[in-house]
Design a protein around this ligand. Structure first.
Ligand code: ADP
Ligand code: MG
Length: 261
């Protein structure tokens, strides 16, 4: 049975796509059947961030009834499955965000975790990902505009029947992290499930189209992200225990079955 997490923020650029990709990759590397989906159907960029931007079938075709979800799932880094969205305006116009509900039914038994990257702002295509989530995770930066927008998103999620699991404070600075956590929890009324520091390795990994948890696994951001992923999966995180490396068979089968599943 799949557990669906939706990453939302209100304000754009807080790190939703980065968290979706890296938490998804971490969960996959913990051995969980995990899929990440770009539900930002107007401004798709999840696929682009991991080199899956030039694929034949995307969520656009699925939401417009032209293709099955099974044809829009691709192999991503670390064994995570990926559903990218399309970039054409026409594809966006034809996509029906409501169709996401039926898509979910097809994935229920195939996965342990589905991580949905939701669009910023309060739009029609952003409501469904909030409503279908078992848990909504707010991605916030430690600045007032991001907190206010996250607050609106939290209220919207609750109105449409979603449950807010917690907030990730991304791009945090090391000073006063306890105070920031307390303040966030007080203002937002949700639990802070983790803090991810501002870390230049995130941008360096992004330009290499690789999740930071794979490119720079010991970087401060990667360690924080893996801890959050462990919390989501109910696993005790131990920094001394390395994730399993790709076995020879895994690598061989990846070469053979590169691309579509
Ligand atoms: P969103 O999906 O919410 O719009 P992104 O995940 O695309 O946000 O992140 C916006 C930008 O911030 C990207 O360039 C990303 O590489 C960068 N970024 C995200 N998290 C961090 C971090 N912890 N440290 C440094 N840069 C970050
Ligand atoms: Mg994004």
């Amino acid at each position: 049975m799949v557990r669906v997490f939706t990453f939302a923020s209100g304000k754009g650029g807080t790190g939703k796509t980065t968290m979706t990709i890296n938490l998804g990759t971490s969960l996959a590397r913990f051995g969980k059947r995990t899929c990440i989906m770009d539900a930002d159907i107007g401004m798709a960029n999840l696929g682009l961030a991991i080199g899956l931007d030039n694929v034949p079938v995307t969520l656009h075709e699925v939401l417009s009834g032209k293709a099955s979800i099974h044809d829009a799932i691709y192999d991503g880094p670390g064994g995570v499955q990926v559903v990218p969205s399309g970039i054409s305006l026409q594809g966006f116009q034809q996509a029906d965000p409501e169709a996401l509900r039926d898509v979910l039914k097809e994935l229920v038994d195939r996965l342990d975790y589905l991580l949905i990257d939701a669009p910023a702002g309060i739009s029609r295509d952003g409501v469904v990902p909030l409503a279908i989530a078992d848990d909504v995770i707010l991605v916030v930066n430690p600045e007032l505009s991001a907190i206010v927008d996250a607050m609106k998103t939290k209220i919207l999620a609750e109105v449409v029947g979603g449950r807010v699991y917690g907030a990730i404070v991304n791009r945090a600075t090391p000073e006063g992290s306890d105070q920031v956590t307390k303040k966030m929890e007080k203002v937002l009324g949700v639990r802070v499930i983790g803090m991810v520091p501002d870390d230049q390795n995130v941008r360096k990994a992004a330009s290499a189209k690789t999740p930071v948890v794979m490119k720079y696994p010991t970087s401060p951001s990667s360690v924080s992200i893996r801890k959050i992923a462990a919390g989501m999966a109910g696993i005790t995180y131990n920094k001394d225990v390395q994730e399993p490396r790709d076995s020879f068979v895994d690598r061989f089968s990846k070469v053979l079955f590169r691309g579509r599943r």
